[in-house]
Ligand binder design. Structure first.
Ligand code: KIV
Length: 271
């Protein structure tokens, strides 16, 4: 029996055991009660309440506008649905960078008000103080390196990161630093597969990749992308497991037709 199926609840410790045993970790994003209930029932290891909620739930172009209050709202909805998965919540833009006291306050609010199990933060050495302070309060931290969407205006583009030697070297030293500080895991987003594999093999903590190839210890996708609710987004790394946009489109078309024709509700669908 796998470590995942033996575990009553997935903890940061379970994830370390999975890495040691060579068992891959499956993570998806989740932002609401109903979807989180399905993901947890199926047996997902980690639900990430990502700040991608800013895009797929609120319709913003970037992840920057979402607030700490909004993240707490999404996180508490997910926590109410979950009995097994580890729930990790993104600290949103502006709630931790450059100010470790603010960072700790933000993380404490997430943990207290949502009941989530860990936070995720984007960046390396430049946010080391904030990571350390949060960890010192006993809050588990997942790091995030590579393409970090909260810095999109610094990058100017969503292309693959760390293709050049200098950026790859910084990423490798940031990964080691995050492990030394005490992060329990690391997201590697949109970097060359060889680099992601090298980093994953050099660390004791598990890495979770998105657009980072098969050499990481786990994978994450935005659930709206994996299920095909979004339909105008086609990065090479994305595998769509459903085309819900088309299926919902057809279902709603049928509903409108039935209402307009008077076919719905019928004799058996009324009191
Ligand atoms: O916010 C998010 O969904 C994320 C994942 C893409 C890793 O950070």
């Amino acid at each position: 029996m796998s470590i995942h199926s033996k575990a009553k609840r997935i903890t940061t410790h379970t994830l370390h055991e999975m890495k040691e045993a060579g068992e891959k970790i499956a993570m998806l994003t989740g932002y609401d009660f109903s979807m989180a209930r399905i993901l947890d029932d199926v047996g997902i290891d980690i639900i990430l309440v990502g700040d991608s909620a800013s895009n797929v739930m609120a319709g913003h172009e970037t992840t920057l506008p979402i607030t700490l209050d909004q993240m707490i709202y999404h996180a508490s909805s997910v926590v109410r649905a979950v009995s097994k998965a580890l729930v990790v919540v993104d600290l949103p833009f502006g709630s931790y960078q450059g100010n470790s006291k603010l960072a700790l306050e933000s993380a404490v609010r997430i943990m207290k008000e949502s009941g989530a199990h860990a936070v995720k933060m984007e960046g390396g050495e430049e946010i080391g103080d904030s990571i350390s302070r949060i960890l010192s309060a006993g809050v588990p931290v997942m790091g995030h390196l590579g393409l970090t969407p909260q810095s999109i205006y610094k990058f100017g583009t969503y292309v693959v990161r760390a293709k050049e030697e200098e950026e790859a070297m910084k990423l490798k030293s940031d990964a080691i630093l995050l492990q030394e500080l005490g992060c329990f895991s690391l997201v590697l987003e949109k970097i060359p597969a060889n680099l992601a594999m090298e980093v994953s093999q050099s660390l004791k903590i598990p890495t979770i990749g998105i657009g980072a190839g098969h050499g990481t210890d786990g994978q994450v996708l935005v659930v709206h992308d994996a299920l095909g609710i979004t339909h105008d987004f086609h990065p090479r790394f994305l595998r769509r497991y459903l085309n819900l946009y088309e299926q919902i489109h057809t279902a709603v078309e049928n509903y409108i037709k039935d209402v307009r024709s008077g076919d719905f509700p019928n004799e058996n669908e009324q009191y």
